[in-house]
Design a protein around this ligand. Structure first.
Ligand SMILES: Nc1ncnc2c1ncn2[C@@H]1O[C@H](COP(=O)(O)OP(=O)(O)OP(=O)(O)O)[C@@H](O)[C@H]1O
Ligand SMILES: [Mg+2]
Length: 376
């Protein structure tokens, strides 16, 4: 155990009082010395200049009166200063100490997980105002991130529970001889296993990307190459569902410096979503155009279900699905767009979604800077 240093053991009141006492002492001592050394001599000179003779009883008396009145005045002034500094230090100490105590209590509450603790304005000047503001801001952020953590945990638990329940039910049925291990049963088991694997991979990707921990392998690529790769990967899937997949790339676009695989993942996710939400005979267009501010815009536009404005602001959040039951039935766990946003942000770009509402189709735009602003 380390012993507290003397300076640590003193409270704020002790320190402030010691500082003020030092000032009063120095001021008083100086005034006393100066008054004692200079005052009587100057007074004496003035008496002589006024024509009075030295050593006369009147002069001696007047000088004595000057000395004692000076001493009395200094004593009264010093006592008043000591009393004033005592009062000031007590007043200031009480106000500062009570503000600090409130802050310490609130900090202790936050540390114990009560993120609703806030401090009121201390009314002690801008520095204290800043401190209170910064504290309340910190508590707000902690509360948000705690709520997010809790929601995330319950979402993950929920996502894992469904496939695991299906797997268990099938395995039990096979064990009890109710179900045979037919190709169909194996396909269901595989499907649920694949869903769990995908969930784990997606969660790892989004966590890494949001932590700014994605290892981007940057290379120069043209928009035409990027779009063509995405089209080729999705083409077969689209043909199988009877949805047309078109491509339109503006000529003369500058190359962009990106991680081609990651941007492929972005377009892949957007194309998968578009296909999921566009019934046949629909059309999905992947386009590339030049955008303001030295950027290239990659867009995926579909003629499908569209998204209501109330949901648009949330679809990039982890696990957010517009229609939870229906979207889960499609096989989605609501992480795709969170991954899209994280990857695009890691490239220094931005992604937006727009839709005129249900039944009017949706357009996703990915803006990528021509000169790389990727966080590496
Ligand atoms: N093109 C689209 N048209 C209509 N709704 C869409 C479209 N793209 C996304 N959405 C809505 O946004 C939600 C979030 O999309 P996101 O890609 O994050 O999740 P998901 O596709 O449901 O699951 P995952 O991508 O993890 O498989 C979707 O559930 C869907 O409701
Ligand atoms: Mg998706």
């Amino acid at each position: 155990m380390t012993l507290p240093r003397w300076s640590d053991a003193q409270g704020l009141a002790g320190r402030l009082l010691a500082a003020l006492a030092l000032v009063v002492l120095a001021g008083g001592l100086t005034a006393w010395l100066v008054a004692g050394a200079v005052g009587p001599a100057v007074f004496h000179d003035h008496m002589i200049e006024a024509g009075l003779h030295e050593e006369t009883p009147a002069v001696l008396h007047a000088e004595e009166a000057f000395r004692s009145s000076s001493a009395l005045a200094l004593t009264i002034a010093l006592s008043a200063s000591v009393l004033a500094s005592l009062a000031v230090s007590l007043f200031l100490t009480r106000r500062i100490a009570s503000s600090l105590r409130t802050l310490a209590t609130a900090a202790t509450r936050v540390a114990s997980g009560q993120f609703d603790a806030r401090v009121a304005s201390p009314r002690l000047g801008s520095e204290f105002e800043q401190l209170a503001h910064a504290f309340n801001d910190m508590a707000d952020r902690l509360r948000e991130s705690d709520a997010l953590r809790q929601r995330l945990l319950s979402d993950v638990a929920h996502e894992v529970r469904t496939p695991v329940a299906v797997l268990n039910a099938y395995l039990e049925a096979v064990e009890d001889g109710v179900e045979s291990l037919s190709a169909e049963t194996v396909a269901v088991l595989r499907d649920q296993g694949a869903r769990l694997t995908r969930l784990a991979t997606d969660l790892a990707s989004v966590t890494r990307a949001e932590r700014g921990d994605l290892a981007l392998v940057l290379q120069s690529a043209t928009a035409a190459e990027i779009v063509e790769r995405a089209r080729a990967a999705a083409q077969e899937h689209y043909a199988g569902r009877g949805v047309v997949l078109d491509v339109d790339v503006e000529s003369g676009l500058p190359a962009v410096t990106v991680d081609v695989d990651r941007i492929g993942q972005v377009l892949g996710n957007l194309l998968e979503n578009a296909l999921r939400h566009t019934p046949a005979p629909g059309r999905v267009l992947v386009s590339a155009t030049r955008a303001d501010g030295e950027e290239v815009c990659l867009a995926v536009t579909d003629t499908g279900e569209g998204i209501d404005p109330e949901h648009l602001a949330h679809i990039f959040e982890r696990f957010y699905r517009v229609d939870t039951a229906r979207d889960r039935h499609h096989g989605g766990s609501g992480i795709g767009l969170a991954i899209v946003r994280a990857i695009v942000t890691a490239h220094g770009g931005s992604v937006t979604a727009s839709s005129q509402g249900a039944g009017t189709g949706t357009r996703f735009e990915v803006h990528l800077p021509v000169r790389s602003r990727a966080h590496r």
